[in-house]
Design a protein around this ligand. Sequence first.
Ligand SMILES: Nc1nc2c(ncn2[C@@H]2O[C@H](COP(=O)(O)OP(=O)(O)OP(=O)(O)O)[C@@H](O)[C@H]2O)c(=O)[nH]1
Ligand SMILES: [Mg+2]
Length: 445
Amino acid sequence: MVRPNRKQLSVAKERAILVGLVPPGEDWKEELLNELASLARTAGAVVVDKVPQVRSRIDPAYYIGKGKAAELAQKARAADVDTVIFDNDLSPAQVRNLEQLTQAKVIDRSELILDIFSTHARTRQAKIQVELAQLEYTLPRLRGMWTHLSRFEGGIGTRGPGEQQLEVDRRIASRRINELKKRLKKIERRKVSEVTKRSPELSVSLVGYTNAGKSTLMNALTDAGMLVEDKLFATLDTRTRRWVLPGGKKVLLSDTVGFIRGLPHHLIAAFRATLEEARNADILLHIADLGSRQVLHQVAIVEEVLKNLGCKDVPTILVLNKVDIMADPVDLEILKRKYPENVVISALTGERLEDLRERIIDYLERGWQHFRIFCTPDDGRVLAYLYENGEVLSKSFGNEENEFLVRLHPDYVVGLKRLNGSVRVNEWVPSGPSPSSPRSAEQSG
Ligand SMILES: Nc1nc2c(ncn2[C@@H]2O[C@H](COP(=O)(O)OP(=O)(O)OP(=O)(O)O)[C@@H](O)[C@H]2O)c(=O)[nH]1
Ligand SMILES: [Mg+2]
């Protein structure tokens, strides 16, 4: 396959120096580069040094200023570094200038994240999504990249062919982008039809910052067998499993790709369909990592991404995870106050998972209404369905017809009628005390 000329973005096994710009007065200097270090390690690089730069103004030519860049070049040479990774996004000109000065490969945060995504993508959909995001990120930069490549390929004086090559690259890249978009549409259409074919079961989506413990929780609640790793972006596709709650109620639970500060917007665009799962969910479980000192920042970032994805109106429970390794109890109190809908758990030890289960049951039952259901006596599936999805308050069995009083979410009435077209359903407003508790209804039936 013909691919446009692309700078080798992969940093696997390379020795790297990390650089980040911190506005004066900010106190998260160390933490900022810790996250970049996790990203770099996840990508396979060996971090040899971290250089946070306190500076308020961005230098258009060298980002951190020429003096600082020269110091950086010295450090890079002394430590025999292959790559310099910037925590911020750089312009093509800045990359070029910095590479000339440091004699090392220079990549920015977005490129690093794209690199991780491309090595972690497993499904066809995720692979296409990542390639699309990479091409869209590099297309406007092709000019800068060509100059960069021509330097290594002895391109001085070969300007003519260079320009021509650039045009060819652009055309190949655009054509490939269109092709990938088409393929993606096809996969997405098929997925949509799969989703609409699903039963009326309520869906619960796990969302949250990368490494917060979404997949660990998914495994603890279902037998999903999701890959769990102390690495960023272990999960890149959506996995949905049936989650059986105490009492036998079932919901669909989905695990999906995590969020991070400064997620390249091409990536969000490419992964929109994957993240769509969250928008269509009945309930979101926002998993937060109490083990991180940055948990407040992380929760705010996830909230922001959710808002951009159009999930503002989906009921959300904040799941405060990793209580077994909590970094700061004050953060926990702040979050609990700010988000009254919360539970505190440890997905790893299983601590207080029952609180989460109960909360989901509460949530599911909140929209329940009372119904009087009539059906012919020969269909046992109706009663089984009612037990599975609602609460049966009383039963009376007749020769012609059975009658059940139930509490049920209105969504399930549709499924009931699909099950047996002759079922009649009347809404019922109970007056006075409920006819009987479920237990005594069991006995009376
Ligand atoms: N101590 C502790 N560690 C946890 C807990 N939950 C998850 N972890 C660890 O946190 C790391 C990340 O867990 P994952 O479940 O892969 O996180 P994720 O949110 O799915 O991450 P991505 O898929 O990368 O976005 C793993 O090393 C887990 O073992 C917890 O409750 N306590
Ligand atoms: Mg995961």
